[in-house]
Write a new protein. Structure first.
Length: 181
């Protein structure tokens, strides 16, 4: 090969490699300010029934998105469950909720696994008032292999107990009584 041809190929390879690498100016982005929650879009949809924590996160995701029928669906059809109208009315003035979960426990009994999960919940109402609640949820999963006919019953909430607390949300955490609620 001639020296001119080699030089042209080297320039072409160099040019292609420079064009293939994104500019560092484009790769670096300026820090973005935290979103203003009053105008922020609703949270992403979450429906995960694979663990006690995910069920409770999904419950409060539904409440935060004002999807009360979906929120109600996380509760098993148990004697303590309120009717849907009462349940939905309880959230009528809720503008936003935040959740923290503690360390849960599990215990097997007669083909089911029962879970307890301590929680802290911060609620902001439509007038901007904030309240913190602490408590516990009890959940149940009938062993999936024992469910041989439809409908399948996923992990669901049996009952929950929350009480308002004066503690800050960041420092608050519920407790669950030994043996369940």
């Amino acid at each position: 090969m001639t020296r001119d041809l080699l030089k042209k190929r080297s320039i072409a390879v160099l040019l292609l490699s420079v064009l293939a690498v994104p500019s560092l100016a484009y790769a670096q982005t300026a820090p973005q300010p935290a979103p203003d929650r009053s105008t922020a879009p609703e949270p992403d949809y979450l429906d995960d029934r694979s663990s006690p924590e995910s069920v409770i996160r999904s419950l409060y995701n539904a409440v935060d998105r004002k999807e009360y029928a979906r929120a109600f669906s996380y509760f098993r059809d148990e004697p303590d469950r309120p009717d849907f109208a009462t349940f939905a009315k309880g959230y009528a003035n809720t503008a936003k909720v935040e959740l923290r979960t503690g360390k849960g426990t599990s215990e097997g009994a007669a083909g089911s696994v029962y879970y307890t999960l301590p929680v802290a919940v911060r609620s902001v109402d439509t007038s901007g008032d904030r309240k913190t609640y602490i408590g516990c949820y009890e959940l149940r999963l009938v062993q999936p292999a024992a469910q041989v006919e439809p409908p399948f019953h996923p992990l669901g909430i049996v009952k929950g107990r929350l009480a308002e607390t004066a503690e800050s949300f960041d420092g608050a955490m519920g407790t669950c009584p030994e043996g369940g609620l």
